[in-house]
Design a protein around this ligand. Structure first.
Ligand code: SF4
Length: 105
């Protein structure tokens, strides 16, 4: 029972985080919040990444979040659209240069 509750809590936290990211991306696309100054270079790196998944003509860091909610970002990617991710100064790659877990989470 406890592990089921723990799973629901982590799924709820993941949904909340994804919703907040989507809202931020919308504000960024409306020009309300700032873009990362090097976002196009960041987006290009994602286009060459083996974790990148193309879904409905949109690049994602791994499978889209709603298609794989319980995930390990170092293996599955984070599920965010890579272009939105690259535009956010607060976002980071889940991998480091050795394809291991990045320092920031
Ligand atoms: S954020 Fe990192 S892991 Fe995700 S697609 Fe871009 S380069 Fe790959």
């Amino acid at each position: 029972m406890m592990s089921t509750w723990g799973c629901c809590q982590s799924a709820f936290a993941a949904f909340s985080k994804a919703a907040a990211k989507a809202a931020s991306a919308r504000l960024r696309n409306m020009g309300v919040v700032r873009l990362a100054h090097n976002w196009s270079a960041r987006a290009e790196i994602c286009e060459r990444c083996p974790l990148r998944v193309l879904h409905a003509n949109v690049s994602y860091c791994g499978r889209p979040f709603l298609r794989l909610i319980d995930r390990d970002p170092t293996i599955d990617g984070c599920g965010c659209p890579t272009r939105d991710k690259a535009k956010s100064p607060d976002e980071h790659c889940p991998l480091d240069t050795h394809h291991e877990a990045g320092a920031r989470r």
